[in-house]
Design a binder for this molecule. Structure first.
Ligand code: C2E
Ligand code: CA
Ligand code: CA
Length: 405
């Protein structure tokens, strides 16, 4: 709650003194206020403030003593704003905003200090710039700035990981996974940069780029499958962040890209995580719209979030992707085995095919097959690879099938 209170001061009244504890900030409603540092002959005026200007906020934001004094130059009316109201807002703000505020404060304090020729710099240095938060946030800001350039510099690439039909041992589809070959950072994993892209509107152009390139690649994959006399793969899976659904052009763009590449909507599987269900009716509506247009929806990382089962009861999805955390423990932990088998059994009864993620060994694959898990994806078959290698994979898989029969 912002607690505001009007206060009147006469000409020459001291409003607040340098070095005192600051429990509120002031907005000038009428009159003029002089802000100054030092006393006697060393007194230096920093600024003269008029109606609508704020002062005293620095001490309130970072809790340190007032860095300057304020005196009424003429009769003044000031609105005081409580420290709780300000600090609560700062505390709840985005970390980047918090850092920017802290940086600005630091700079302003330095200016005040320099004006007095004082040397308190070192202490200030440790409070802001060398803190873990600052480093983390500064790096985030840098990545964000570099990401903006990466699209234009053509630094993104898509890799494709095959999804296998575990019962027939055939290629069922591919998942498109983004990579960033940064000119300054080298290869950056999506876990690092996609989170940042998602926090900003950058996810929209990056997501559009992914859609366009994944669809173009799928056309070539289908051609290769046909050339090899194999059943065409059922789908290209594309990861979609909920923020992308807020783009008013999302659906038009999706339809246009799919059509341009001569694909059918049912060949493009959209992977979303269950977090999307927590984002309110608009996100849920977007998913339903995708399904009504014929785009299958896969629920990614299933089992790692909250209330997965209640979402399954409420919302229709076309595929469940069991997170690799389950597969990794499948053979070592009997409880994980039981839970995974129960998830597969339940999904089979609901008629929802499962893709097990992170299948790395023949034994894990066999266990999943025994549970009647329909699909698997993982290093056992192949990691995600550039398109030419994915096309080669199709060719080699065909040969190994021929050799086996
Ligand atoms: P995800 O969708 O769960 O993707 C699966 C991740 O598991 C991929 O990591 C993949 O390389 C990795 N993986 C596959 N098989 C195995 C295995 O056998 N063992 C192990 N240990 N890992 C395996 P990647 O490519 O680093 O992607 C990480 C995450 O980044 C993805 O998780 C997805 O959430 C996100 N992401 C990737 N590409 C995109 C994209 O185009 N759009 C969006 N919105 N998110 C993306
Ligand atoms: Ca995925
Ligand atoms: Ca996943």
């Amino acid at each position: 709650m912002v607690v505001r209170q009007k206060k009147r001061f006469q000409q020459g009244d001291m409003i607040c003194a340098e070095g005192s504890h600051g429990d509120c900030a002031y907005i000038v409603e009428s009159g003029r206020v002089e802000i100054y540092v030092g006393t006697g002959p060393e007194r230096v005026t920093l600024s003269i403030l008029g109606v609508g200007e704020i002062f005293g906020e620095m001490a309130v934001i970072d809790g340190s003593p007032r860095s300057a004094s304020a005196v009424a130059l003429e009769p003044c009316e000031l609105m005081s704003v409580s420290s709780e109201a300000i600090s609560e807002r700062i505390k709840n703000a985005d970390p980047i905003v918090r850092l920017l505020v802290a940086m600005l404060l630091k700079r302003m304090r330095h200016t005040n200090e320099n004006t007095k020729k004082a040397r308190h710099d070192e202490e200030e240095e440790t409070t802001v710039s060398s803190s873990g938060l600052a480093q983390e946030v500064i790096d985030k800001i840098r990545i964000e700035a570099e990401l903006k350039l990466a699209l234009a510099a053509n630094e993104f690439a898509l890799h494709f990981q095959p999804v296998m039909d575990l019962q027939r041992m055939q290629i069922a589809g591919f998942e498109a996974l983004i990579r960033w070959r940064s000119s300054t950072r080298g290869l950056v994993q999506p876990d690092i940069f996609m989170g940042i892209a998602e926090e900003t509107s950058l996810i929209v152009p990056i997501g559009r780029w992914v859609l366009e390139n994944a669809c173009a690649a799928h056309t070539l994959i289908i051609q290769e499958m046909k050339a090899q006399g194999l059943n065409e793969p059922l789908f290209m899976s594309i990861n979609i962040s909920s923020r992308q659904f807020q783009d008013p052009q999302f659906f038009d763009h999706l339809a246009e890209v799919v059509q341009k590449n001569g694909l059918r909507n049912d060949q493009i599987k959209l992977e979303v995580t269950e977090r999307i269900f927590m984002e309110g009716p608009a996100a849920v509506y977007a998913i339903e719209r995708c399904r009504s247009l014929g785009f299958p929806i896969a629920l990614d990382d299933f089992g790692t979030g909250y209330s997965s089962l209640s979402y399954l009861a409420k919302f229709q999805v076309d595929t469940l992707k069991v997170d690799k955390a389950f597969v990794q423990l499948l053979l070592d932990d009997p409880r994980t085995y039981t839970i995974t088998a129960a998830i597969v059994g339940m999904a089979n009864q609901l008629g929802i095919p499962i893709i097990a993620e992170g299948v790395e060994t023949v034994e894990e694959c066999a266990a999943l097959q025994a549970m009647h898990c329909r699909y698997g994806q993982g290093f056992l078959f192949s990691p995600a690879m550039p398109l030419p290698d994915a096309l080669k994979f199709i060719h080699v898989w065909k040969k190994s099938l021929g050799a086996a029969s």
